[in-house]
Design a protein around this ligand. Structure first.
Ligand code: SF4
Ligand code: SF4
Length: 396
């Protein structure tokens, strides 16, 4: 436990906050919960107290013992009620790296023993089964069996030029399984030499990042890198922006190019490899936090949507770097499902204001969160991943 969870740069940045409240004004958690204690300035104030309470000199002179157990618990609760959307970081005029700070804070809270107990379950699932849901990892690619044209090899090949890393949500959640089915079929029809890793795919590590469990990440990283290298692949494709982010920032594999599905598919379309038919649809696009603000991938998904014959794109009022989170990030649903639903409501209201028939996004977690809200509330709105939209336009 301790201040070692923060870099020197992070500790210095804490003193730079001018308390302008710009981050609080745009925070989806603050506005959905109506609770200023979920804001970045409140969290930084609490963090400063924790850090000071641990500093020997400060403690000796003022006889400070740091926060009481109750205050720790309350502080931890507010720290985990955040979607890690990074919107606060994007608007901070003094450039404080708030999202990274929240990740370090969660790591600190886990080391200090003050964290939502559901995180213990995540850890057990990951350590026991290599996926965040505790499912049998041998079944990771079982969704292939539900495809209309199930390939004999189950898309698991000894060697291939491209590895499609599916991620836990797409592998196990029935709603999200339509995404890998769509992407695999589009790649197949387009003649891409690709493989899945099957049971050799372990969680990418993103849930560990959000749960303050990065101490167990190394084994997963080593395993996944080895599994990809054994396939001899030179490219990897991800439909999940969180897996893509982990591989870009924490794996950095040498000699392997990493693509989000939207980038991979627009390349295939431009090369004339995807046979397309006309659709008649008006859609809007939701930028997933980890793909947009996280990886700055804003244009390729839009280019891809516009490249589909008969599809008209209408922008959301808040788009690109200003796009609001759907509520599904940061493991928030695990600690406060009601708050996730409140944030999703604001998102769906904004989408409905465009009059579009469907919302398209590029993330299995966004799809899952928005579909759950729309179904529960019987709202007439189609929610599609961009891979599903391309699949719908596929000429067979
Ligand atoms: S990451 Fe998003 S939810 Fe969390 S404090 Fe920042 S703006 Fe709010
Ligand atoms: S936007 Fe930056 S400077 Fe303003 S209150 Fe938030 S963290 Fe502090």
């Amino acid at each position: 436990m301790g201040n070692k969870d923060y870099s020197v740069g992070q500790l210095m940045e804490l003193g730079a906050c001018t308390n302008c409240q710009a981050c609080a004004d745009i925070c989806p958690a603050v506005s959905a919960a109506g609770d200023g204690e979920l804001s970045a300035p409140f969290r930084m104030k609490g963090l400063k107290e924790i850090l000071k309470g641990r500093t020997g000199l400060f403690r000796r002179i003022l006889k400070k013992q740091g926060l009481s157990e109750e205050a720790w618990k309350h502080f931890s609760d507010t720290a985990f009620r955040c979607t890690l959307c990074g919107n606060c970081q994007g608007v901070c005029p003094v450039g404080i790296h708030l999202k990274e700070l929240w990740l370090s804070l969660r790591q600190d809270l886990v080391h200090s023993g003050f964290y939502p107990k559901k995180i213990n379950r995540i850890k057990e699932n990951l350590e026991g089964n290599y996926n965040v849901f505790g499912e049998d990892n041998e079944e990771r690619a079982d969704w292939v069996e539900d495809m209309a044209d199930e390939p004999e090899d189950g898309y698991i090949r000894e060697k291939a030029g491209v590895v499609y890393f599916t991620g836990c949500t797409a592998a196990y959640f029935p709603i999200a399984q339509k995404i890998p089915m769509a992407l695999a079929e589009v790649m197949d029809v387009s003649g891409v030499d690709f493989t899945l890793l099957g049971e050799e795919e372990w969680c990418c590590g993103f849930p560990m990042l959000g749960a303050g469990l990065m101490d167990i990440f190394q084994e997963f990283r080593d395993h996944n890198l080895r599994a990809v290298k054994e396939k001899g692949a030179r490219e990897m494709v991800f439909a999940c922006p969180s897996c893509y982010q982990m591989w870009r920032e924490y794996y950095r594999p040498e000699g392997i190019h990493l693509f989000h599905a939207s980038q991979f598919l627009i390349r295939l379309v431009k090369e004339g490899k995807v046979p397309l038919k006309e659709l008649d649809m008006t859609v809007t696009y939701h930028d997933p936090c980890d793909l947009g603000r996280g990886a700055r991938v804003y244009e390729e998904p839009r280019e891809l949507i516009r490249a589909l014959p008969g599809v008209k794109l209408m922008e959301l009022p808040l788009n690109r770097q200003d796009c609001r989170c759907c509520g599904g990030g940061g493991n928030l649903e695990m600690v406060d499902a009601k708050l996730t639903a409140e944030i999703a409501k604001a998102k769906i209201d904004e989408i409905l204001s465009t009059g579009a028939q469907a919302v398209v996004t590029s993330c299995q977690q966004c799809v899952r969160t928005m579909i759950t809200f729309v179904k529960r509330n019987r709202i007439s709105l189609e929610v599609l991943d961009i891979t599903q939209l391309v699949h719908r336009a596929l000429k067979r």
